[in-house]
Design a protein around this ligand. Structure first.
Ligand SMILES: *Cc1c(COP(=O)(O)O)cnc(C)c1O
Length: 454
């Protein structure tokens, strides 16, 4: 880790402390609003800048590089807009994510569609809008063929491959296993030959895509995935006798450090590894697309929740808070794979001190396993205190799970003034889901639909 990365972790933690305090002062969290998501705008900008700089460093000037943010990591329109202003695009996997990207004003040429289950209508829309897409399997390519035969121009279409290199530490996040559902499994018998033929038969196919996994993948395995993809692209271009494949989409998946404030591994570290492992992919002959999600947002967001009750059971202190499975879904259901840091604050948003006491930090959901931390040493939490769930800017408060009809929490972005001057400004990203909205979304407008169905 470089000094710069270390220092930025400390600066990020400092901004977070200011924001927690200010969130209480501004009434964004309290008895009436017991849980809220916060996003560090400066941190997000800095992560985007670092990502761009890392790939600029390893590619010759003028190499086309598109960093498409994996929208599923934080499907919030103002976030997509902020990233777009930093030069990023969007990687989408559903009509909803596509619409969110367009609502953010992201131009079609910076959007990329990657779902494994694209319908004919979605494929048509993508081609019509000029959105890049990666075909997942031979049947999908048949469907694209039919659209092309009907006169639909296909620009920026690629094929997703699975190099079947194996998994990382989290099975559910490993997309390059032998039997993964994603892409064309390259090592299956006849598959590689099929891919080469598919390109030779379709002069409009110009891209190759692999995303070998998310959280839990060693960088070396990610780089090996890029090496396989590059090797196949070279083989196809040699067979075609021209540079038919002009762009390599290397996916996302940079793991995030959930243990401390340090932004490690860094984009720079990964990019340098890529350049040393697969120099040919980054020598300017290929355009590059990346699809990072978690690494851009996770450490730039936190969830703040109020302790409603402090109790104890069987000698174990338990803080019952308003942040549980509805927003820390993976942490609650797979705690060994997704541990998160929890920090204790008093009701004013000041870091809580005092001796560490092993306690459970529970959520509001009605099942016993709804715990975001078990037996965790923390200053003893009391009613009215706050807990911060750190590094939850991606795949947490933005990916709601509607258990117990708990509302989606509000999300606010913040910027801090230079140290000393003290001010923190907030911008509302999304307001709390209201009870009326919950009723409406659960069929409130058609309450007789079943009772009067004869
Ligand atoms: C989820 C996903 C990503 C983003 O992964 P992160 O781990 O959030 O960087 C990128 N590409 C594809 C195809 C994905 O499914």
């Amino acid at each position: 880790m470089t000094f710069e990365e270390n220092a930025s972790g400390a600066a990020s933690a400092h901004r977070r402390e200011q924001a927690v305090r200010a969130a209480v002062e501004h009434g964004l969290i309290g008895a009436a609003e017991p849980v809220v998501g916060l996003l560090d705008v400066a941190g997000i900008r800095q992560s985007a800048t670092r990502l761009r700089a890392a790939f600029e460093e390893i590619t010759p000037p003028g190499t086309p590089v598109l960093h498409a943010f994996a929208v599923k990591a934080a499907p919030l329109v103002p976030v997509l807009r902020l990233l777009a202003a930093e030069g990023l695009g969007c990687e989408v996997a559903s009509p909803g994510e596509l619409a969110q990207s367009r609502a953010a004003g992201v131009p079609a040429e910076r959007i990329l569609l990657d779902s494994p289950a694209k319908t004919p209508a979605e494929l048509r829309t993508a081609l019509e809008l000029g959105i890049a897409l990666n075909a997942d399997n031979p049947r999908e390519l048949d469907r694209i063929d039919a659209l092309v035969a009907a006169g639909q121009p296909a620009s920026r279409v690629g094929v997703r491959v699975n190099p079947q290199l194996g998994g990382g530490t989290i099975g559910a996040m490993s997309t390059a296993t032998a039997t993964s559902k994603f892409g064309v499994a390259l090592q299956d018998e006849g598959a590689r030959e099929w891919v080469v033929r598919a390109f030779l038969d379709r002069p409009w196919l110009t891209r190759l895509h692999a995303h070998v996994g998310s959280q839990g993948m060693p960088l070396e395995l990610m780089a090996a995935g890029v090496r396989e993809t590059y090797g196949l692209a070279e083989e196809i271009n040699a067979a075609a006798g021209r540079r038919q494949i002009d762009t390599l989409d290397i996916g996302g998946g940079l793991p995030v450090n959930f243990d401390s404030d340090e932004f490690t591994p860094s984009y720079r570290q990964y990019a340098r590894l890529l350049r040393s492992e697969v120099p040919g992919a980054f020598d300017g002959r290929y355009g590059i697309v990346t699809e990072f999600g978690r690494s851009l947002l996770a450490k730039n967001g936190l969830t703040l929740a109020r302790v409603e009750y402090a109790k104890s059971a069987g000698g174990r202190p338990i803080a019952v808070t308003h942040a549980g499975a509805q927003l820390a879904t993976r942490t609650v259901f797979a705690p060994a794979s997704w541990p998160i840091r929890v920090v204790a604050y008093d009701a004013e948003g000041r870091p809580k001190s005092g001796p560490a006491v092993a306690q459970d930090v529970a959520g509001p959901c009605c099942f016993a396993g709804d715990l975001v931390a078990r037996d965790r040493p923390l200053p003893r939490l009391d009613e009215g205190d706050l807990v911060a769930l750190l590094d939850t800017g991606a795949y947490y408060f933005s990916n709601h799970f509607a258990y117990n009809s708990l509302p989606r929490p509000a999300v606010h972005g913040f910027v801090t003034a230079p140290t000393g001057s003290g001010g923190v400004r907030f911008g509302l990203v999304r307001s709390t889901q209201t009870v009326d909205e919950i009723v409406a979304e659960s069929g409130g407008g058609q309450r007789n639909a079943l009772s009067e169905l004869r």
